[in-house]
Design a protein. Structure first.
Length: 367
């Protein structure tokens, strides 16, 4: 009988993407292992793009709610799966309840909210030894005495041509085929992800995003704006500034915020030539799609949640007052974002494109 592991997944998009590194390591160590992930319903399309995951199990309880009856009902149904281990990634007491109620014999996790008994393979988190979120996830994948892998495997979301065609067709209303897709690949697409659900202290100014977009539109690029329904306002603001400052035709700018499902957003983001984003879930998705990526850090720390991607440029002013990890600037000036000017991002785009051309040239010579 193959080993079965239930992973209790995180509740944030970026953390769920980074959790794929753990799934990859578990499969590398035991190729026959079956991995199920207990996660919010919104994350199922994301998990479906991770080949290491057998299935996603919907967490029926909203984030932060106790609802013991619902938890017990799900836990009881999970007993028949005969999991040998549960790995609990969140540190809350509530997140450890279902594996315990499901009577999974080995329940691995950090101590978190004093979870003695609920977690019986208890680890003490050394934040200095494990400064990165992905390192903490990986540490739970092995024995307490085991070292981390020498190389952290990067998340890699799988996207098919068919799913991309379907996503394009849904947002455009036009019939899309492989020829249309081939033509689209010839265009340079700048993807902007200006949202940051955490708060404005992680959000680069809308007019700065628009200034970068204006330069690239004038160079013949298309600009696509990505975000959830919660990002409609900021994406709409960026779009209006772009259109008013460039007089660009509507076809040069596509505002997809709130117009796509998460699955469609992933598929469409895979077409981007360059992605610019804050420290957000969309940024981590772009990294897992191996896009050329520029990430702007304000109140957060790039050493804690960096993009797991060799093609990323991190822009961080490292001011004396940052990282403060606050949702809003406690000093009221947001200098960590406002002093990071569009010229720096445009320079980073040029560097990425030069590196890509050099890489393609070397690849061609090897062939």
């Amino acid at each position: 009988m193959s080993k079965k592991i239930l992973v209790v997944g995180p509740s944030w998009v970026g953390d769920m993407v980074m959790a794929q590194s753990l799934f990859i390591v578990l499969k590398q160590r035991s190729p026959e292992v079956e991995i199920d992930v207990l996660a919010p319903e919104w994350s199922l399309p994301l998990l479906a793009k991770m080949p290491e995951v057998r299935r996603g199990v919907v967490m029926p309880v909203g984030h932060g709610r106790l609802q013991l009856k619902e938890r017990y009902r799900l836990a009881k149904s999970l007993r028949t799966a005969q999991y040998s281990q549960a790995i609990v990634l969140p540190n809350s007491l509530k997140s450890a309840l279902i594996p315990w109620m499901a009577k999974i014999p080995k329940r691995t996790g950090f101590r978190g909210e004093m979870r003695y008994g609920l977690i019986n393979d208890l680890r003490i988190l050394d934040k200095k030894k494990l400064p990165m979120t992905v390192q903490r996830f990986l540490a739970l994948g092995g024995a307490a005495s085991e070292s981390l892998p020498d190389l952290t495997p990067y998340p890699k979301l799988t996207v098919s041509e068919l799913s991309v065609e379907t996503a394009l067709q849904k947002v455009s209303g036009d019939t899309i085929n492989s020829d249309t897709l081939s033509q689209l690949h010839k265009h340079k697409i700048l993807a902007l992800c200006p949202g940051a659900e955490y708060g404005p202290a992680k959000q680069w100014p809308a007019d700065y995003f628009a200034a970068v977009a204006k330069e690239k539109i004038e160079a013949g690029w298309q600009v696509w704006l990505f975000g959830s329904d919660k990002d409609r306002t900021i994406c709409g603001e960026v779009e209006q500034i772009i259109l008013s400052s460039t007089g660009a035709a509507n076809e040069s700018v596509q505002n997809l915020a709130g117009e796509t499902t998460l699955e469609q957003a992933v598929d469409l983001l895979s077409l981007a030539t360059v992605v610019i984003g804050n420290d957000s879930g969309m940024m981590h998705i772009a990294a897992a799609l191996d896009r050329d990526l520029i990430v702007i850090y304000g109140s957060s720390d790039p050493s804690f949640t960096p993009p797991l991607n060799t093609r990323a440029k991190i822009l961080d002013l490292n001011l004396e007052c940052s990282p403060c990890f606050k949702r809003e600037c406690p000093l009221g000036h947001y200098d960590c974002l406002k002093q990071l000017l569009p010229a720096s991002v445009l320079s980073a785009i040029s560097e990425l494109r030069s590196e890509k051309l050099e890489s393609d040239k070397l690849e061609g010579e090897r062939e």
